[in-house]
Design a protein around this ligand. Structure first.
Ligand code: PLP
Length: 509
């Protein structure tokens, strides 16, 4: 109890805490920073993927909340003992799964300021700095990406920070749906059709479901190895024409730069050309790979974005900015506002009525919003464009190195060529494995998939690293995504050792 203010009163029925006592805040804040600094210093000692069984925590924690206050030391001890075992260490240098969600000192410090101020910036008046900083940093980042002026608030467009790509897609889909229904009448919602590819992230499907698009009118257009799993403009055109022929109304395309399974890139320019012929809103989802486009050598992957209507990337993936920070730019903010704004009396104010300010509540789903721009501002200022480019390039270089190692070992194949900092590879079947064992029904492809599933599980269960999988064209492959802030070449070399050791195990060498 010594950590609590009002010492000596804790047994009194009149006992009250000051839950925001500045000195207590200082004391506990320092303690947490020390705790996290030690965590980062020692992070490699933990198994990367949590090894607990479902329900582990229920067995360890009490059934109900404490009646009396507990000291921070006790709580932190429980974090160490009970919570950390159930954490998958995304910031471990040996984390190569999914896409990164990397962070930095600047990202954390920015997040601390955001949480520390805890303002609720729904409109300009509710915290002018939160709104204005958001417009400024989104213009900064837009300029670094060489987005056309039409996407910037200094042009006629603007940027907004959303919580996730799913939010960004839902908001843009809703804006374009609203625009289209204004034209064709609200009762025709059942005719609206949306397009993506079979590689588009499931966030798109979720957004379409929420936006009331009939499930029959969700078009995940098939991709193939011949287009490196990118969406073919000809296939898009054929799908649109067939829908028009059937009396349906095409209105939205979600194109991707850097798909989740294999980092495939949809050809933005040619897709926009097709979509624009039919008045379709194009959203470009560059959740992971958009960050790389700040480097001149990667910028060509978003060529053509000038003809899209909206563009988003997750700074909380591969841009050193803590969750959550999805950067969305739109050319026509009024489309968002028409679809998403409400104006309750209690929020009426002079600034809004001048029409000279942005009220970001009208650019997103929720009313309340965090001051997320702070962390992006800190990241951009603390590392500068040069530092950020070097950081991204170091990951690409390490992925290339790993790709080279895989390429030299005949037991493996690279399934799709690497584009950014992710290598997609798999273990090949040994000739002996192709001989059908008695009673076994699997064909070679299924055997290879099953082998790689076991191979991946074997590696991840070791706790020494964590990778995840994807399936493209029916092929199960292992994704090695470099992007954790602490990863160095020695970690990649160690990962390669783990890969080789476990290949020996599953191949029975
Ligand atoms: N789009 C792509 C290409 C992704 O890779 C991801 C997540 O990995 C998402 C969308 C979903 O992002 P969020 O979790 O921010 O909705």
């Amino acid at each position: 109890m010594s950590s609590l203010p009002n010492n000596g009163l804790e047994n009194s029925t009149e006992y009250t805490l000051n839950p925001l006592d500045p000195e207590e805040f200082r004391r506990q804040g320092h303690m947490i920073i020390d705790f996290l600094a030690d965590y980062y210093r020692d992070i490699e000692k933990y198994p990367v993927r949590s090894q607990v069984e479902p329900g582990y925590l229920q067995k360890r924690l009490p059934d109900s909340a404490p009646s009396n206050p507990e000291p921070i030391q006790t709580i932190l001890q429980d974090v160490e003992t009970h919570i950390i075992p159930g954490i998958t260490h995304w910031q471990s240098p040996n984390f190569f799964a999914y896409f990164p969600s990397n962070v930095s000192v600047a990202g954390f410090v920015g997040e601390m300021l955001t949480s520390g101020f805890n303002v609720v910036g729904f409109n300009w008046l509710s915290s002018p700095a939160a709104t204005e900083l958001e417009s400024i940093v989104m213009d900064w980042l837009g300029k670094i990406l060489k987005l056309p002026n039409s996407f910037l608030s200094s042009g006629n467009g603007g940027g907004v920070i959303q919580g996730s790509t799913c939010d960004a897609i839902l908001c843009t889909l809703t804006a374009s749906r609203h625009r289209m229904l204004d034209k064709i009448g609200r009762n025709n919602i059942g005719k609206l059709v949306v397009y993506g590819s079979d590689q588009t992230h499931s966030a798109f499907q979720k957004a379409a479901q929420i936006a009331g698009i009939h499930s029959n009118n969700f078009r995940p257009i098939a991709t193939s190895r011949s287009t490196a799993f990118g969406l073919s403009p000809d296939s898009l055109r054929s799908a649109i024409l067939a829908d028009l022929e059937a009396g349906l109304v095409p209105f939205f395309l979600c194109a991707t730069v850097g798909t989740t399974s294999s980092t495939a890139v949809d050809p933005i320019g040619p897709l926009c050309d097709v979509a624009k012929e039919f008045g379709i809103w194009v959203h470009v989802d560059a959740a992971y790979a958009g960050s790389a486009c700040i480097c001149p050598e990667f910028r060509h992957f978003i060529d053509g974005v000038e003809n899209a209507d909206s563009f988003s990337l997750n700074a909380h993936k591969w841009f050193l900015t803590a969750l959550d920070c999805c950067c969305l730019w739109v050319k026509d903010p009024s489309a968002l506002i028409k679809a998403l704004s409400t104006n309750p009396e209690y929020l009426r104010n002079k600034a809004t009525e001048t029409n000279k300010v942005i009220d970001y509540k009208d650019w997103q789903i929720a009313l309340s919003r965090r001051f997320r721009a702070m962390k992006l501002w800190l990241v951009l200022r603390s590392y500068g464009v040069t530092g950020l480019r070097n950081f991204l390039r170091s990951h690409v270089k390490m992925a290339k190195h790993f790709e080279g190692l895989v390429g030299m070992d005949k037991r493996f194949e690279i399934v799709v060529p690497r584009t950014f900092s992710m290598v997609c590879f798999r273990l090949l079947l040994l000739p002996v494995m192709r001989v059908h064992a008695n009673g076994e029904q699997l064909n070679d492809e299924e055997r290879a998939n099953e082998l790689n599933w076991r191979f991946l599980e074997s590696m991840n269960s070791s706790g020494r690293l964590y990778m995840s999988h994807g399936v493209v064209g029916g092929v199960y492959m292992i994704r090695f995504a470099v992007g954790a802030t602490l990863t160095e070449e020695r970690h990649v070399n160690m990962a390669w050792k783990v890969v080789q050791e476990h290949a020996d195990i599953v191949l029975g060498a």
